[in-house]
Design a protein around this ligand. Sequence first.
Ligand code: PAF
Length: 258
Amino acid sequence: MKIIRSVADFRQFSHQARSTGFVPTMGALHAGHQSLVERSMNDCELTVVSIFVNPTQFNNPDDLLAYPNTLEADTKLLQRLGVDVLFLPAYEELYADDFRYRVLEQGFSEQLCGRHRPGHFSGVLTVVMKLLNIVRPSAAYFGEKDYQQLDLIRDMVSSFFMEVDIIGCPTVRESDGLAMSSRNLNLDACARHRAARIHELLESSASDTEMTTALNSEGFDVDYIETHRGRRFVAASIDAKGRQVRLIDNVPISAEVH
Ligand code: PAF
């Protein structure tokens, strides 16, 4: 696996691959990321993974500081999976403009997570646009766990006529249903045990209001439980050793339940 750290080196890395799959990540890789990499390797001749903890998408500095960093283990995993290129860009190069230029969406990005994390999606869309312009893949892979993000990236790519297929991949779950997330690393044993309730209630026949009441009474701090575009979305925080860990999830809704 080739490790590339600068845009110039990436551009110089000339490959004749007929198709390039790209999996952008912020590291702390888990089975969900692995499924994206495997899908890319299955679909494309060359697979590029990036690890970059993007500060512009963190509206809360403490959240950025607490974001898990497991670069050594991540590198080993990607090597073992047979990834061709690991791209590790530096902030100074990706944001040479100091974030003076940014992608702003003024519809769906203001709902759900966007309402609770102002500026979050502008940071996500901007970094994804930058990375796609550097890597120039034929396809890029994103998990459905971050469904709002996936939807907005698809919409951005279509709105700016960008020539890349955006592929959404199913959420990978722990055996008790908890959606895989890098943030799960910040849960202590008690919070980890309780976190499974999010998915359990999400799939239940409880209405959005009933689910909010249930989670609040079980010690969660609920940001939202809402149904949009045929899916039910949730964001809720739970205390783990004095720190709030924010978890999100979503599932398609079945017509007979709602
Ligand atoms: O989903 C993520 O890990 C990030 O939001 C992404 C798409 C890599 C952009 O920083």
